[in-house]
Structures are given as structure tokens and as C-alpha cells.
Design a protein around this ligand. Structure first.
Ligand code: UD1
Length: 418
């Protein structure tokens, strides 16, 4: 099992260009299946999740070439409509292919994504939106078999919760449907806007992305285009916290500070000096962080659930007690027992964690429980006294490009083992 070995206590300082967004690149790559032709996508991060997405595209019959951070997808002759179980299991968010496959092939077979490390992750909202558009969905021994008996017909889709993935699937399936689709209580995340910008460049007619109501006027076909994926706001937050917990001074380039409006004020509340110039965010940290009173995860534009675990690591070493409420996923505190092994003082009750800051954490052997929980343990290791071994890097590699080399460039002492 691969691990990160971190000798903590060094100030994280210097500049770094932040990678493209994982949560944008996945639906955009899936969307290229809908486009008959050669799409060119820039700023694609090198991640195991991106590789899994490329494998799915190839399995569907697309030709895919990667040149650095650019991925060129030719879907002209692709005829696949089934995602095999092993590919589906590699990455549960591959359910976002459903809308794209249905949109193009009018049928799809995928395995049920099932439970995962941060909670059950049901797909009822995805399936509801497909049914609203005229898709027949049959659940058959762990498989979802979908077809469109007549035509995909635009309709009203009213979500009971603004699910990111379900909104993406609804957009992907409706973009070439007959007539108009109105998605009510849509997710408003920047990654939804990025997906819609890509599709609109391809000739789609989508309005309202970034708002709660999205209107999609179906078009006959989409033409290929060139697109650059937005910067990863969660990775940006993670590197900012690396600076914060080590009394450091980091400048992150190629970011979009607007996407971090719920995050940057909390870093200021912790006593950091945060300055923004165009696409660069600079954070200068005090020697000891102040407590953050309350962190409550919410759909965008609220505080992101993906930044909850990294902020928990920060709260562990702040002066005073803070409360963290996880509202999005029911099981997203698995990093907490590992942080406690490092000397953190945290009590949890259901979706609430009360973190009493300690003067310092101590290096220990810990196991990464999931992607962002793993990032939190790396952050804890950077600030801890002594050596921390974070086992199970495979989760972290799903979302952080070249994490150890980037942190080394910022003065950390971190190595990959195994
Ligand atoms: C996406 C992000 C993930 C982020 C999450 C919330 C990607 C690849 N992943 O995941 O990093 O943490 O948004 O911002 O973009 N739900 C249902 N039924 C459904 C769908 C969702 O009950 O059909 C529930 C989920 O169980 C969860 C909540 O809705 O409790 C949010 O999920 P959702 O917004 O769909 O997250 P994902 O798209 O899976």
C-alpha cells in the first residue's frame, strides 16, 4: 500500500499554479461523448479519476489522446452504450455518463453505483430526471438498463435537493432532447457553469447555469469545440490551509477567488491575511490560528462539503473550540478518528463535530479513509511534530495532481513510499 511520509513542522511557503478542476473535467469529458467529432479539452488534471473517465470513453468507442494537460477525444464513430461493472466501480461519479450515453445512443446499461466511503450516494434523483425526459429505467440485478421508447422529450424536472451529479445528468440528457427542459432547484456549483459553457460552445442552448433554474432548449446536434477546464477550488483551499496550519505564506496562481467566497472569509476568521490579485490568492498565516466559530456545509454558494475535512485539520490546531456541521453527506467524518490518533481533541455526535484546538499534533501512522479525508491527514502531518505516515494514497490520487512534488516545491518534507 502506497503511503506519504511527512516530516512535519516546516513552513509552507512559495507559489504554485493550481490544477484544473476534477469535478469539472469528469462531466465535460463525459459530455464529449454527446458531440460527434473531435473535442479538445485543456487544463485536464492528471488524476486517477481522469484516467478512469478516459478508459470509459475508450470503452464506449471513442479515440482519446492525451498531450500533457490536453485531452483530445474523437467520438465520431463511437457506438458503445454500456459501462462495464469494473469501470463503474473504479469511480462512482461515472454515473454522470448516463445522461450523455442516453442523449446520444437513446439507450444505456450501467451497473448501480452502490455505497461508498462517504455515504450511500443514492441515484434516485438522477433516475427521476431521466424518467421525466421519457427514459425507461429498469433496475436489473445490480444493473440499470435504460432505453428511450419514443424520443427524449423536454420536460420540467424539479429536484428535491440540488444534487450536482443529477443536475449534470439532466443537462446532458436534455441538451439534444425535443423541446424545452426546465430544471428547478438545480445545483449552482461553478462546475455546472463550466459544463454548460462547454456545451453552449458546442451549440447547445442552455441558460441559467449558476442559478437555481436552468432552461435547456433542445438542439438537433452538437459540434465539437475547444475548451479549458476551470481551476480546482477544493485543491486551492487545500493548499491555502497547508499555508495556514504551518504559519506559512503561499501564493496560488490560476485560481478563481469568486468560487471561494464561502472559504476565504473563514481563513481570515482564523487570523490569516488573505489578499487577492486577479487570479492569484496569497495567504500569510499567523504563528497560531484563531478558532473558527462554526463551519456548516451547504450546497454552493455555501461552504463546500469537500473542504470540510481539510478545515477540520485546521480547527485541530487553532486556539479555542469550533463546531463543524456536515449537512451534505451522512458519513463524512472518517478522518476524525485518524486525527485523534495524532493528538487532536474532537467529539462527534451525528453530523456535528466539536473540535477543541490543541497546541500541536504529533506524527503517527494513519490511514486515508477517502479523498478529502486523506488530504486532511496530509495537512495534519505538515503541522505535526515528528513523522506522519498517511497510508492508502490511492484515494488522495483521485483528486490531487502531483501532491507530494507540489508540497515539496512549497518547502514541505514529504515523500511517497511504495
Ligand atoms: C459532487 C462532487 C463531490 C461533492 C458533491 C457535493 C463530483 C464528481 N463530485 O458529488 O465532490 O462532494 O458533489 O458538493 O462532482 N443525493 C441523493 N440522491 C441522488 C443524488 C444525490 O439523495 O440521486 C444526495 C447524496 O446522497 C448527498 C447529496 O445528495 O447526500 C449531495 O450529492 P450530490 O450533489 O449528488 O453529489 P455528487 O454529484 O455525487
Amino acid at each position: 500500500m502506497s503511503a506519504f511520509v511527512i516530516n512535519g513542522g516546516r513552513r509552507i511557503s512559495g507559489s504554485l499554479r493550481v490544477q484544473g478542476s476534477k469535478n469539472s473535467v469528469l462531466p465535460i469529458l463525459a459530455a464529449t461523448f454527446l458531440v460527434c467529432g473531435k473535442s479538445i479539452i485543456h487544463n485536464c488534471p492528471t488524476l486517477s479519476d481522469t484516467n478512469s473517465t478516459i478508459r470509459i470513453l475508450k470503452n464506449l468507442g471513442c479515440s482519446v489522446i492525451r498531450e500533457g494537460s490536453t485531452v483530445i477525444i474523437d467520438s465520431s464513430t463511437a457506438q458503445g452504450y454500456e459501462i462495464p461493472d469494473d469501470l463503474m466501480r473504479e469511480m462512482r461519479s461515472s454515473v454522470v455518463f448516463l445522461g450523455a450515453i442516453i442523449g446520444r445512443m437513446k439507450k444505456a446499461v450501467i451497473s448501480s453505483p452502490g455505497g461508498c466511503e462517504i455515504g450511500l450516494r443514492p441515484i434516485d434523483l438522477h433516475l427521476y430526471s431521466m424518467r421525466q425526459l421519457g427514459v425507461n429505467v429498469n433496475e436489473d440485478y445490480g444493473k440499470l438498463v435504460c432505453d428511450v421508447p419514443k424520443k427524449l422529450e423536454g420536460n420540467r424536472i424539479t429536484f428535491s435537493f440540488p444534487s450536482v451529479g443529477a443536475t449534470e445528468n439532466a443537462i446532458l440528457a436534455s441538451v439534444t432532447a425535443n423541446g424545452t427542459t426546465v430544471i428547478v432547484n438545480a445545483a449552482r456549483e461553478p462546475e455546472i457553469i463550466d459544463l454548460c459553457n462547454f456545451l453552449n460552445k458546442c451549440g447547445a442552448k442552455i441558460s441559467g447555469a449558476g442559478e437555481s433554474v436552468i432552461t435547456v432548449e433542445g438542439v438537433e446536434t452538437l459540434k465539437p469545440c475547444e475548451h479549458s477546464v476551470i481551476c480546482d477550488r477544493i485543491v486551492t483551499a487545500t493548499y491555502l490551509i497547508a499555508g495556514a496550519v504551518t504559519g506559512g505564506d503561499v501564493s496560488l496562481e490560476n485560481t478563481n477567488p469568486v468560487h471561494l467566497q464561502a472559504v476565504l472569509p473563514l481563513l481570515e476568521e482564523a487570523g490569516c491575511n488573505v489578499s487577492v490579485r486577479c487570479k492569484t490568492i496569497r495567504l500569510k498565516a499567523p504563528l497560531r490560528l484563531n478558532r473558527i466559530d462554526k463551519i456548516i456545509t451547504q450546497p454552493y454558494p455555501g461552504f463546500p462539503t469537500d473542504a470540510q475535512a481539510p478545515f477540520t485539520a485546521l480547527a485541530c490546531v487553532a486556539k479555542g473550540t469550533g463546531v463543524i456541521v456536515e449537512n451534505i453527506f451522512e458519513s463524512r467524518f472518517k478522518h476524525i478518528p485518524e486525527l485523534i490518533r495524532m493528538g487532536a481533541s474532537i467529539k462527534t455526535e451525528g453530523r456535528v463535530a466539536v473540535v477543541e484546538g490543541v497546541e500541536r499534533l504529533y506524527g503517527a501512522e494513519v490511514v486515508s479513509p477517502d479523498l478529502r479525508g486523506g488530504a486532511a491527514l496530509v495537512l495534519a502531518g505538515l503541522t505535526a511534530m515528528g513523522t506522519t505516515v498517511v497510508n492508502n494514497t490511492k484515494f488522495i490520487d483521485r483528486g490531487y495532481e502531483d501532491l507530494e512534488n507540489n508540497l515539496c516545491m512549497l518547502n514541505a518534507d514529504i515523500k511517497r513510499r511504495g
